[in-house]
Design a protein around this ligand. Sequence first.
Ligand code: GDP
Ligand code: MG
Length: 438
Amino acid sequence: NLSDKLNAVFKKLKGRGTLTEKNIEEGLKQVRLALLEADVNYRVAKKVISDIKERALGQDVMDSLTPGQQIVKIVYDEFTTMMGDEHEALNFGGATPASIMLVGLQGSGKTTTAGKLALFLRKNGRKPYLVPVDVYRPAAIEQLQKLGSQIGVPVFPSTAQMAPVDICTEAVRSAINEGCDTLLIDTAGRLHIDEELMAELEAIKKSIKPSEILLVADAMTGQDAVNIAESFDKRLNLGGVILSKMDGDARGGAALSIKAVTGKPLKFIGVGEKTTALEPFYPDRMASRILGMGDTLSFIEKAQEAVDIKKAEELEKKLRKNQFTLEDFMDQISSVRKMGSIKELIGMLPGINKKQLAGMNIDDREFVRIEAIINSMTPQERRDHAIIKGSRKKRIAMGSGTTVQDVNKLLKSYTQAMKVVKKFNKGGLRSLKNMLPF
Ligand code: GDP
Ligand code: MG
């Protein structure tokens, strides 16, 4: 993994007193190897290295940092720049209603991403309309219909007998009738790029003039994703790229190279199969994630979304008065759960690498157990955990289908949480993280 490799390089540089041309040279050779192994485009890697070298030997270097830190900082800046510096928002310009066309190879994640984007747009105040256009693959239309009903977003009733262009033009009318302002066009894919596919996509583009065409590419395919982006861009002039499956052990090469090779920005990344597993792409955060600095910002953003600030302040008050009950504890936990899979979240924290994560015993089912245990308590017990002794513990364990050990574990993490939470001030965000029962 790129971040492990780079960290090893940086560690070696740490011991050095000053940054000399020789140790920069040596360090960069290894950075270059790490980049190539992570499937970063060859030309891009070469350019990155020469840019980094220039910066390292130039005046960008800060005296306050150790040589290792300086290199990390320079690499971080370089990565951020090559990925585009700023987050590029979606484009809704042109015709009304706006339409976003998703294109890509089969299995790249178009349909899943259509659902994720619909949810994202709705959270941002838009009224999305899903349009299944994959009339070839069996059950492709149903897949999107199912997603739509799951997230409560209307889906155009396409049938496999309709022609793709007809579907799109009719869907525009239908979206207006439904009061929607943004169509998400889920197009068909192929195993390989072929003329027929491209011609169909061009015809759709011509008929509805989308505000934006986004390529969905599988991050796991590394350099292939970049080549695919190049080919689609040539024919369709992409507005941007979404890299799916960044949650797997994608080597990071695709994310690093796409902008540099195609000139088109990465706009979102897919980080899981759930409809909430989509993140706007921020070059600086990705750079820090690749460098193993964690992704604190994304984590905080997600947490803020899930945690009602008012509620957090209320809890804060309760804590100060020692009135933070097991019921409040459960509340806190369910707001953490709203954020998505716990592993996904923990993975964003600094200092956690994938290997550690795999070894960690994090189980979302743990939460189900906690809820069951707290639900089996009497209101009095929830308000005052001190009264929960031997026979009560047995009863609670029985009622929740758990063991006395589980009950003890829960009470322990609750009392620990209380201690930890008390130390923190406003927002309760950090406390939230510390309250996770592992
Ligand atoms: P399509 O053929 O391009 O429409 O691809 P699908 O949307 O049907 O996705 C293909 C497979 O990839 C499905 O099993 C999805 O659940 C999975 N998938 C899509 N996006 C992600 C992602 O970000 N992470 C993971 N782990 N799986 C994904
Ligand atoms: Mg599909």
